[in-house]
Each structure stands twice: as structure tokens, then as C-alpha cells.
Write a protein that binds this ligand. Structure first.
Ligand code: HSE
Length: 304
């Protein structure tokens, strides 16, 4: 049996829709695979589909099994640690852990880009369209930039003192939440908004490369996607201004939401204050939230 663990992640980081991702050590999914029988079977104590064609990890492994012409069946055991449907890369974590565990089981020696591509099939099943920002972060760790086809992932290591706080609101989310929240994004974008987001994205990458958390925080803005999604996150502007007043460098929607993520300089700001500010922000809307203060994570890996 081979087991792999993959971290939660945040996608977009403001201006980088479907391009930027960052692995977070807030929580992890664990996937074990064992050669067994002649088809794919799944067990889990979590409330997830167990039919492999509907399961993120099952879809990834099915694709790998076909491509590598592996005739033996496999039993997959999934342990979900990442909350599903809240913008913390839950399906991506299962997909990444599945790709790594199955690759290890058959010594496939896949590159990080190849693992990311396979993990992307699982994301496509849950989100309705393929995008690699969360899976790339979960597979590789650190900060990632997804380049267009042919798929290539650029990895950057964020500054050591970058800390994050994810606030996960206790609100119901639609069953196909990512599909729904992608459906509100317009197809046509005014050029001046594109220019603004390109400028912000470039500044953000410069902030990562130079270890400038204040520049990272200032660049965590989005004039394209956030404006059409923010109605799904009650109190977003208030949460942002409270968290920034409490010392956060920047605040945005985590992935497709409804979680909100704050970027914090651990050397100068007090994470407890930021955490309480985010709780207060959701609290003003009558919404409880769970908060996950965390750091940038390493990528998916084998567990002994
Ligand atoms: N980039 C994706 C989105 C992340 O915002 O829809 C969620 O899977």
C-alpha cells in the first residue's frame, strides 16, 4: 500500500484568476492506494461519492491507470482533512494526493508537471472546467504560476515570514459551488480592467521574489472576478478593512470562496489580532466562522 498526503491551497490570490496558487499547511487530505482486484474501489469515512467515476481521486487514478495500461485494480482509501466547498482546494488536495500515491505505487516517476496534469482531471470533474491553480499548488507546494498550454508550472518560494489566515464562514454553499461561482464571471472583460489585473499580478510576483510582504499585500486586489463574486461573501469589504486595521497586509477571497484569506507579515503583525478581526467581520453579518492561521506548505508527498 502507498499513502500520500496533500495540503490545502488558496487560488487566484487576488488578480491571478486560474493562474496563481499557494499551498497552505492549514489542513491535509490523505489518500492510500493498494493493488486489489480488477477495478477501482473506494472507501472513506467522509461524505464523498464512492463511485470512482464521480470521485475526484478515482477519476485521477482511472486516467493514470488507462494511460499506463495498468491492468490490476486498485482500492483507494480517502481521508478528508480539507473542508469541501469553501475555497481551500479540497478536491485539489484529494486529486494531488491520489496522483502522488498512485505514481509511487507503480514507480511511474512522474514530474511535478505531469502529476499536476493528472490531478487536474479530478478538478475538472468537480469544478466543471479544467484549471490547475489549486492542484499545482497542492502537488508542488509554495507559490505557483500556471502557464497556458503546453502546461508548465513555475514554482516560487514565498518569504519565510509570510503567514496566512483563512476564515471559513459557516454558510451553506451550492453542491457544485465552484461551477456556480465560475458561472457569474463575464466572458468579455474591459481592457482597462485587464491592464489593472496584469499590473497587480506582476507586482505580486515581484513581491514574492523580493520577499516584500507589503507589496504582496498591496497587490492582492482584483478588479475582474472579485466584483462579480463578492455578493457570495457577506461582509467581504468589512472583513477586509477590519483585518487590514488589525495588521494584515492584504485580504481577498480564497479561490472561489466563500472563505476569505488574509496575508500577514509574521515578523511585524500579530496573527491573533488578524484572526479575531476576521471573526468579528463575519460575526457582524451574524455568521460564525472557523479560522485557520497557517503557513505556506510543502507539496504532496508520501506518508510512511
Ligand atoms: N481559480 C478557481 C476559481 C479556483 O476561482 O474558480 C477555484 O477552484
Amino acid at each position: 500500500m502507498n499513502t500520500a498526503q496533500a495540503p490545502s491551497s488558496t487560488a487566484n490570490l487576488g488578480p491571478g484568476f486560474d493562474v496563481f496558487g499557494m499551498a497552505l499547511d492549514a489542513c491535509f487530505d490523505t489518500v492510500s492506494v493498494a493493488q486489489e482486484g480488477s477495478s477501482i474501489t473506494i472507501s472513506s469515512d467522509d461524505d464523498i461519492p464512492l463511485e470512482y467515476t464521480k470521485n475526484t481521486a478515482g477519476i485521477v487514478i482511472d486516467m493514470m491507470r488507462r494511460d499506463f495500461k495498468i491492468e490490476s485494480g486498485v482500492h483507494i482509501t480517502i481521508n478528508k482533512g480539507v473542508p469541501a466547498g469553501y475555497g481551500m482546494g479540497s478536491s485539489a488536495a484529494s486529486a494531488a494526493a491520489a496522483a502522488v500515491a498512485y505514481s509511487d505505487l507503480y514507480n511511474l516517476n512522474l514530474s511535478l508537471d505531469e502529476l499536476t496534469r493528472y490531478a487536474g482531471y479530478g478538478e475538472q470533474a468537480s469544478a466543471g472546467s479544467i484549471h490547475y491553480d489549486n492542484v499545482a499548488a497542492s502537488v508542488s507546494g509554495g507559490f505557483v504560476i500556471v502557464r497556458p498550454e503546453p502546461l508548465r508550472i513555475i514554482h516560487l518560494q514565498p518569504p519565510e515570514n509570510l503567514a496566512l489566515c483563512v476564515a471559513v464562514p459557516d454558510i451553506p454553499t451550492p453542491e457544485k459551488k465552484t461551477q456556480v461561482s465560475r458561472g457569474v464571471i463575464p466572458n468579455m472583460i474591459p481592457l482597462h480592467n485587464v491592464t489593472t489585473n496584469v499590473s497587480l499580478s506582476s507586482s505580486l510576483v515581484a513581491g514574492i521574489c523580493t520577499g516584500n510582504i507589503s507589496l504582496i499585500g498591496d497587490s492582492i486586489q482584483d478588479v475582474i472576478v472579485e466584483p462579480v463574486r463578492k455578493h457570495m461573501i457577506p461582509g467581504l469589504d468589512d472583513i477586509r478593512s477590519l483585518a487590514v486595521s488589525a495588521g494584515a497586509a492584504g485580504v481577498t477571497i480564497s479561490g472561489a470562496g466563500p472563505s476569505v484569506i488574509a496575508f500577514v507579515d509574521d515578523d511585524t503583525a500579530d496573527m491573533n489580532r488578524v484572526e479575531r478581526a476576521m471573526q468579528e467581520g463575519f460575526g457582524r453579518q451574524g455568521i460564525d466562522c472557523r479560522t485557520f492561521p497557517c503557513s505556506v506548505a510543502k507539496g504532496a508527498g508520501a506518508v510512511q
